[in-house]
Design a protein around this ligand. Sequence first.
Ligand code: NAP
Length: 249
Amino acid sequence: MSDKVLLITGGTRGIGAATARAAAAAGWKLALSYRRDEASAERMRRALEAEGAEAATFQADVGREIDVLRLFDEVDRRFGRLDGLVNNAGVTAPISRLADFDAERVERVLRVNVLGVILCCREAVRRMARERGGRGGAIVNVSSAASRLGSACEYIDYAASKGAVDTLTVGLAREAAADGIRVNAVRPGLINTDIHESSGEAGRVVRLAPGVPLQRGGEPEEVAAAIVWLLSDAASFCTGSLLDVSGGR
Ligand code: NAP
């Protein structure tokens, strides 16, 4: 096992949890944040520890700066270093057309998916940048195929937030390269997690799967494998990459 520490936001359910399991198997020590589902967080921590991994969970809403600052301080205190960040926490909104959006839903999506990712990147760069005394590191942002497809008649605000994540990934990759920090993104397609239920259509993956060239939805583990690879030294010449994990969609 290495001493390297990885923070995964929203690392206790769905794609984040699968990434935590894959990263633990690859030897990372794990800091996992969640917003409110403490029971899932506790189950996840126990399961990882039962496998021999070192893991800790932290409550923090990534859309609130005060929470992000506290999260990174707590990770500093618990582990004393940070080598990787996966910006996985993200939310959709109820399926709706743009003409029916209210400002509150749009603000919530942008706050978590854009502001949250920017703030977490900032805190990670402050700790990892060689110019600031850090050891370098790797960041993977979890974007979405929605950034290419636009999510018409579903949640254009969500798709736009992921477009921002793609642009941030390219820009920060160039800005932080000389500081030894690689920054990449994965763009999952339709993946079987609870996020679809929270947008009001639990069966969304089944409905849309026939339109996926590979003819099915993906599993969180299939996204996790791409994320853990991008974090690893095997991806040492990848930065600013947007890796589609979407079954060809
Ligand atoms: P999920 O099953 O709904 O899990 C979301 C995780 O993020 C949970 O751990 C949740 O915490 C956490 N979270 C949500 N809002 C948060 C906040 N404000 N602060 C901190 N943590 C927060 O979602 P998922 O499907 O695994 O999605 C993970 C990422 O993949 C998201 O960025 C999503 O946009 C992206 N993605 C998903 C799909 C898909 O089809 N599933 C496709 C493309 C992209 P609690 O457990 O406390 O609620």
